[in-house]
Write a protein that binds this ligand. Structure first.
Ligand code: NI
Length: 191
């Protein structure tokens, strides 16, 4: 296994539409997933898409611990969403994923991306989606997701279509350095 270099915003690999994986069981796919897992864990990301490690293929991985899901609920932009119970997301490998929104409702919350280091911004996402794709074993995965889980999947799958979260933002005034974000949260807490 190896920790891979992560492509940063501006590199063409992040702008292209990734191609489907023909053989999910191929040894090189297995190797890529193992390296992506190690890379994601090292970078403490919630997800990673293959184009982020310079491989323009339709493959994403994601995983959200209970603690992180809780933090996501607390950080949600609108107070209403913090009432939602956020579930842990099991470590998931999704090959050739397809997302279908289950609602027209969108919520706006803070996102960051390993390919856009040190920044975060408020991004609208569908609040509930169904996603399907193949696992490493070639078995089909079909799941319904809401809240932070749905957000992570939409963020990762956008990478497969060459889209980074700033392109989804409605208000670029909310794009900020994460170091400033902590200051802002402290200020809000103090009010
Ligand atoms: Ni990302």
């Amino acid at each position: 296994m190896a920790i891979l270099k992560i492509a940063r915003m501006g590199h063409p690999v992040l702008r292209q539409v990734a191609s489907p994986i023909e053989d999910p069981g191929a040894p090189e796919v297995r190797r890529l997933v193992a390296d992506m897992l190690e890379t994601m864990q090292d970078a403490q990301g919630a997800g990673l898409a293959a184009p982020q490690v310079y491989v323009p293929k339709r493959l994403v991985i994601f995983s959200v611990s209970g603690e992180r899901a809780e933090r996501a609920a607390d950080e949600a932009a609108d107070g209403a969403e913090s009432e939602e119970v956020e579930d842990e997301v099991p470590l998931t490998v999704l090959i050739n994923p397809v997302i279908e929104p289950l609602t027209e409702d969108m919520s706006v919350a803070l996102e960051a991306c390993l390919s856009v280091p040190d920044l975060a911004g408020q991004v609208p996402r569908y609040t509930a989606v169904r996603y399907r794709g193949l696992g490493l074993d070639g078995q089909e995965i079909v799941r319904e997701a809401a809240g932070f889980h749905a957000r992570v999947v939409q963020h990762e799958c956008d990478h497969l279509d060459g889209v980074l979260y700033p392109q989804r933002m409605r208000d670029l005034a909310t794009l900020m350095f994460t170091s400033e974000l902590h200051v802002q949260v402290r200020d809000e807490a103090a009010e």
